[in-house]
Design a protein. Structure first.
Length: 538
């Protein structure tokens, strides 16, 4: 019998594979774990060490974003307040066994986080519970369960980032009771290209264990024991291509069915991602994130630190167009030295700290001289911001002896930037639409709100802003690209194409899917969809 559950779509894609729940579903009680204070402290450190090792491996492979997530969990495992509170429950009149002590403290802190006003902080509750589980495993001597052979759909009450990274080689999809679109697990799932659905009924997890499961991470659907026809249709759409087939598909032009040419770029933050982007046929990089190597920084990065982070990435991209975004520390990417600053103020802070800005600009000029370098400001709101950066860029060029100044552009992520676009066009050389933040700010949603899916960019209020951006871009002769998860979303893409966007930048793992979307759609039909959504005169 087929069982279906509609929940929250967190990572797009479809998959059908046997479901597997790592922990026993027998309902057996966990054994009582006793330990000394020294053993509990050692268990916390062992859990932190495991997270550090996995983070280090990911960082060496260039998966910087995923490594940073695990490094954050390692910091939680070493938090003296967390450790001391668990140790304190081992003795006294209300003493409890070590395993229970860790679980109680983790649950108390996670519950406190879930009650905070900030959605970003609420999402960290999952990290705390994950650390508690890892410490409990260390105390009990449990080893990670062995998954079944072949690909499977991971089932859990709460799928975590380490879960996804541990089983990445075999994951077809993942389904969770708890979680949200902005959680660390969702970020990692999108990075891996693994369909993820959260918010399902616990009964679905029980029913799916050991039987075929269909996961549609774009629609938010989970179907237990799908019929043969449904299974065949999904597998036909998601059949894995051979290397020869992939090369052949990537050699095809990104041209719509009515002959409109589309430029495909990539969003990257590491050397590995840059190589993958070029292998997948990207014409260049539409967004190079520069802040991710510095999320643990205790001060503004030095010029040498920028050199070390930029050099290996830009060497891979020689001769290619590369849009480098200046440091963009936001609420979910805040290093220790900016703790307590108002969210979204990192551009203002960077402009106020001229030494920090100059250090990054000099490093960019020094290491990007043999690329088609383009400098982009995040969260732009005023023309004056671009004027300041252009002036500092000229001074940086004099300092490093660069004879060529790169163009300077604005990332459009706030409605106010679209409203002032004509003024911005007087000082900007190009524009990039950041649909993730633009959609969130336009619809009044937090970045971690489960309603903020890539498809939400198809909302008429967002489309009107996209249309205006395209109109001003064309009339002012300023090139415009669009980066964000919506670019490769099957719901949003036809509308964005219809709104006039012709350059898209996505994660390397999404390039093949985006190319297929381009070749399967008509720009004229997309225009009709936009007219129906916002009105012909919008």
């Amino acid at each position: 019998m087929t069982t279906a559950s509609a929940a929250v779509a967190c990572s797009p894609g479809e998959a059908v594979a046997p479901g597997w729940r790592p922990r026993s579903r027998s309902g057996d009680a966990e054994p009582v774990v006793t330990a000394t204070e020294a053993e509990v402290r050692a268990a916390f450190e062992a859990a932190a060490g495991r997270l550090d090792d996995l983070a280090g491996s990911l960082r060496r492979d260039g998966a910087t974003s995923s490594a940073d997530i695990l490094a954050t969990e390692a910091q939680i495992a070493r938090d003296p307040a967390f450790v001391d509170e668990a140790v304190g429950l081992l003795s006294g009149p209300d003493a409890v066994p070590a395993g229970d002590a860790v679980t109680q403290v983790a649950e108390r802190h996670a519950t406190l986080m879930e009650g905070l006003a900030s959605a970003d902080l609420r999402e960290r509750a999952a990290d705390i519970r994950q650390v508690g589980r890892m410490v409990g495993d260390e105390l009990a001597g449990r080893v990670p369960p062995t998954p079944p052979a072949g690909r499977f759909v991971l089932l859990a009450h709460e799928v975590t980032a380490p879960d996804l990274l541990t089983y990445a080689g075999q994951l077809a999809g993942a389904v969770s009771v708890l979680g949200g679109a902005g959680s660390h697990a969702s970020i990692v799932a999108r990075s891996l290209g693994v369909p993820l659905v959260v918010g399902v009924d616990p009964a679905v997890i029980d029913a799916a264990d050991g039987v075929p499961v269909l996961v549609d991470g774009g629609a938010g659907d989970v179907v237990v024991a799908p019929d043969d026809t449904t299974t065949a249709a999904v597998r036909a759409r998601t059949v894995e291509q051979s290397e020869d087939e992939q090369r052949a598909a990537r050699a095809l032009p990104a041209t719509t069915t009515d002959g409109v040419e589309v430029t495909l770029l990539a969003n990257v933050s590491s050397t590995t991602e840059a190589r993958r982007a070029l292998d997948a046929g990207a014409e260049g990089v539409g967004l190079l994130r520069t802040e991710l190597p510095f999320l643990d920084a205790t001060g503004w990065p030095s010029e040498r630190e920028h050199d070390e982070a930029l050099r290996p990435v830009l060497e891979v991209l020689r001769g290619r167009p590369v849009v480098v975004r200046l440091l963009d520390f936001t609420s979910d990417k805040t290093p220790p030295f900016l703790a307590g600053h108002q969210a979204g103020s990192s551009l203002t802070l960077l402009l106020e700290h001229e030494d920090a800005l100059d250090a990054q600009l000099r490093a960019l000029l020094r290491n990007g001289w043999d690329t088609d370098l383009r400098v982009m400001l995040p969260m732009v709101t005023r023309p004056e911001e671009l004027v300041v950066v252009r002036d500092r860029l000229a001074r940086a060029a004099d300092a490093v002896g660069s004879g060529r100044l790169p163009v300077v552009g604005a990332m459009l992520e706030l409605p106010v930037a679209i409203e002032r676009l004509t003024e911005l066009a007087d000082v900007a050389d190009f524009f990039s639409l950041g649909t993730n933040d633009l959609t969130a700010s336009t619809l009044g949603l937090d970045r971690t709100d489960p309603r903020l899916t890539p498809a939400a960019a198809s909302d008429p209020r967002v489309l009107r802003l996209v249309e205006r951006a395209v109109l001003v871009s064309c009339s002012s002769g300023r090139p415009l690209s669009l980066c964000g998860d919506a670019a490769a979303d099957p719901v949003a893409f036809p509308l964005l194409l219809g709104a006039g966007v012709r350059t898209f930048s996505v994660a390397p793992s999404r390039l093949d899917g985006l190319r297929a979307l381009v070749r399967g759609h008509s720009a004229a039909s997309g225009r009709d969809l936009v007219s129906a959504a916002v009105g012909p005169d919008a």
